[in-house]
Write a protein that binds this ligand. Structure first.
Ligand code: T4K
Length: 380
């Protein structure tokens, strides 16, 4: 394996929270040459079309629209369903989830999370619904599925749409059913830090042809033909280079997820029975993608805070990340909202103080995983 170099060209020994899994460069060069020769670079090109089809097959869904990143896909998902007013969402996510609401002039209403999954808590939905509520935007955080059946039941009762932020999931299934089949729409990210990457990238999964057409129009300035514009759309098209990488990545993704699983299993083994350290187990009947490996540090039992551990790991050249700290509702941009007030979301407030995501990626050596566990153990 080649050694990584840092920006100044020196060997980079740091172990970071993630590292993109890339196919052999020679294989990508064939695609590059083809794109170069064809001079067709974007706008629903050959590889875009092939990738959409191949991705539908791989993920077991009917309709996918590709995007240049997950954030634009979230923005368009909300536009496509004409969501307005208030939307219930989680404060425990990457800030893009809530930003997408704000950019659409929608008021986010934060709802607490569950203590065992860190996902949006469905038992808190009904109390947060108002006459202005039009939709729910939960996140399958760390790739672990939300309680999709319960959320659907509540949404159906109140006539609400569901858009899942599925930016952490790839190939995740519940009882062999793709998690992407739930909700009116699901939004994916193929950013460099994700399980499946197209450099930057994203997608919306929908379940009927008319919605797919509307999404495709919206991402192409609203054009519904050469001379007709049916909506104030935007430019949110994935280019041919991203699509070609996506096609190639599909060949390797199963192997990559299997390697992530091995890393997760070794962490669980290395960190088990340590007072004050807890982590998520695999959920029954779920096929996971092992996007992140979050660990909670309980200061009373472990004797050190999460931030102590974070700093200690840095001294070992190991860069975990405090995903997701602070809560979105604690950022100055959002903390004025009624639903963001301190004390309203006790679980999220507790988890955000305790969580650290340890490095996980397919090329992470088991030897390194053991060293990370030892660094934590030796610090208690
Ligand atoms: N919804 C959710 C739930 C999300 O998590 C995200 C994105 C979105 C929506 C929006 O999707 P996108 O519009 O991004 O497609 C990263 C990512 O930028 C962001 O995509 C991701 N979530 C978020 C959780 O993490 P940072 O600021 O933590 O990334 P950064 O640059 O610090 O990278 C983290 C580590 O990854 C680095 O220390 C090393 C490694 N890395 C990173 C890059 C960019 C590489 O090895 N190579 C790379 O090219 O936000």
């Amino acid at each position: 394996m080649k050694e990584n170099k840092n920006i100044s060209g020196k060997p980079d020994k740091a172990v970071r929270v993630t590292k993109p899994y890339l196919p052999p460069l020679e294989e990508f060069q064939d695609y590059l040459r083809d794109i170069w020769d064809s001079r067709w670079l974007t706008n629903n090109g050959k590889y875009h079309q092939e990738f959409e089809k191949a991705l539908c097959e791989y993920l077991g869904v009917k309709y996918i629209s590709l995007f240049p990143n997950g954030t634009l896909a979230l923005l368009i998902a909300l536009q496509a369903l004409r969501i307005t007013g208030e939307v219930l969402t989680t404060p425990f996510s990457f800030v893009a989830t809530t930003h997408a609401l704000w950019w659409n002039n929608i008021k986010p209403v934060f709802v607490d999370i569950e203590s065992d999954t860190f996902n949006f808590n469905p038992t808190k939905i009904e109390a947060a619904i108002t006459p202005q509520t039009t939709a729910i935007l939960p996140v399958h955080i760390y790739g672990n599925p939300c309680k999709v059946e319960i959320i659907k039941k509540i949404a159906d009762t109140y006539g609400l749409k569901i858009i899942y932020d599925a930016c952490h999931t790839f190939g995740v299934t519940i009882n062999d059913i793709p998690v992407l089949k739930y909700g009116d729409l699901s939004v994916m990210s193929f950013h460099a830090t994700k399980v499946f990457t197209t450099f930057e990238g994203g997608a919306i999964v929908c379940h009927d042809e008319a919605t797919k057409r509307r999404i495709d129009n919206l991402k192409n300035f609203g054009f519904a033909g050469e001379t007709t514009v049916v909506a104030p759309g935007i430019n949110a098209k994935m280019n041919e280079f991203q699509a070609a990488l996506g096609l190639l990545q599909l060949k390797y993704i199963d192997k990559a997820i299997e390697k992530r699983k091995q890393v997760a299993c070794h962490y669980r083994e290395g960190l088990k029975n340590i007072s004050g350290i807890s982590y998520l187990e695999d959920m029954p009947d779920v096929k996971h993608c092992y996007a992140y490996f979050p660990v909670l540090i309980d200061v009373d039992k472990f004797g050190k805070t999460r931030d102590d551990v974070y700093e200690e790991l840095k001294r070992h050249n190991i860069y975990g990340r405090r995903y997701f700290y602070p809560l979105i509702s604690q950022f100055p941009t959002y903390r004025g909202l009624e639903s963001a007030q301190p004390g309203i979301m006790p679980v999220a407030e507790r988890v955000t103080q305790k969580v650290i995501c340890l490095p996980i990626y397919p090329e992470l050596r088991i030897k390194t995983v053991n060293q990370i566990c030892q660094a934590i153990l030796g610090y208690s």
